[in-house]
Design a binder for this molecule. Structure first.
Ligand SMILES: Cc1ncc(COP(=O)(O)O)c(C=O)c1O
Length: 318
């Protein structure tokens, strides 16, 4: 098996000070649009749609700056699969950075209020949606379903060929990526690695159950994973100017760009854990770069991040 992404060593004075070795798995470089965990999670979902004659389209859910919606729109455009995004928020969001591109690639957008959006996992709501669109495959928010886990698990197969390591760290939103890593780890090694998830949203303890329910039976035996729920920095997509400055400084020192909603919160958690003496000396750490750099476009657009300091993402016209 060839590896899809490079495992790159990261250099930082704190890694020397705390005697740890850090690498980053550059899934952000897999594809300019379908980057990071999106590529991994969509791979088998899209294959399922293409192979299954009952389906001729896909429906999924997301917020108005969703990386998943953005990547799904481009992936469907490439494969000529009609797609619809059910978006939390108002119609006026259709012109923002993320959704302008999603529309450009042919995704139909359907805006719903917060109350309706909250029903996105409810069986009765999904059944109603399926009845209305019988030939569309419904992919959950963030793309996190069992098919996604198979794609994410391939990260572990690659890592096993690339390096020996002790701890793997990933940011966590809907839980599919962490669940996929746990699954891949238990299925491919005799002595499982420590896998840490950094929840990027507030009050995320419920995600432990979500992750457990996604895991296949074999992976439920993995008992060396943990979800940290106190590194969210105020909630989803929330961060202080100091947080943003710390991420930017880390980016400048290491030469790798992390964004403040997902991968950057993992970086801040790593720095905090190092300073707390969490890692034993000599620990070999792998960080999963889950992509999502398109989100920076929306934050620059809203004035949340300064354009002269953060990289405006490039987009492919397709
Ligand atoms: C860039 C990025 N990183 C990490 C995550 C978290 O992944 P998951 O939702 O599978 O927990 C997401 C959301 O899907 C994301 O967009």
């Amino acid at each position: 098996m060839t590896t899809l992404s490079e495992l790159q060593p990261l250099h930082h004075p704190l890694f020397v000070q705390y005697d740890v070795q850090v690498h980053v798995k550059r899934d952000d470089n897999i594809h300019p649009i379908i980057s990071g965990n999106k590529w991994r999670k969509l791979k088998y979902n899209l294959a399922h749609i293409v192979q299954n004659k009952n389906f001729n389209g896909v429906i999924s859910f997301g917020g108005s700056y969703s990386n998943h919606i953005h990547a799904l729109a481009f992936a469907c455009f490439q494969k000529n699969i009609p797609c619809m995004g059910i978006i939390r928020g108002e119609k006026s969001y259709a012109d923002n950075f993320t959704l302008t591109w999603a529309r450009h690639w042919g995704m139909k957008l359907y805006f719903v209020d917060r109350k309706t959006y909250r029903r996105r996992h409810d069986a009765d709501y999904l059944m109603q949606l399926q009845q209305e669109f019988p030939h569309n495959f419904i992919v959950p928010e963030g793309g996190s379903n069992k098919l996604a886990l198979t794609g994410v698990a391939e990260i572990i197969t690659e890592l096993n060929q690339q390096a020996d390591y002790d701890t793997l760290i990933t940011p966590v939103g809907s839980g599919g990526t962490l669940a996929g890593l746990i699954t891949g780890d238990i299925n491919t090694v005799t002595s499982p690695h420590k896998i840490l998830g950094i929840a990027v949203l507030k009050e995320a303890d419920y995600l432990v159950d979500t992750i457990q329910s996604l895991l296949p039976t074999s992976a439920k035996q993995h008992n060396d994973w943990q979800l940290f729920t106190h590194f969210h920095r105020g909630g989803y997509a929330k961060f202080s100017p100091v947080d943003a400055a710390r991420i930017l400084e880390f980016n400048q020192i290491t030469g790798v760009n992390f964004e403040p909603v997902y991968s950057g919160k993992m970086i801040l958690a790593l720095l905090d854990l190092l300073e707390q003496g969490y890692f034993p000396k000599g620990e070999r750490i792998v960080l999963l770069h889950t992509g999502g750099m398109q989100g920076v476009g929306g934050m620059i657009e809203r004035g949340i991040l300064p354009a002269d300091q953060w990289p405006m993402p490039e987009q492919a016209n397709g």
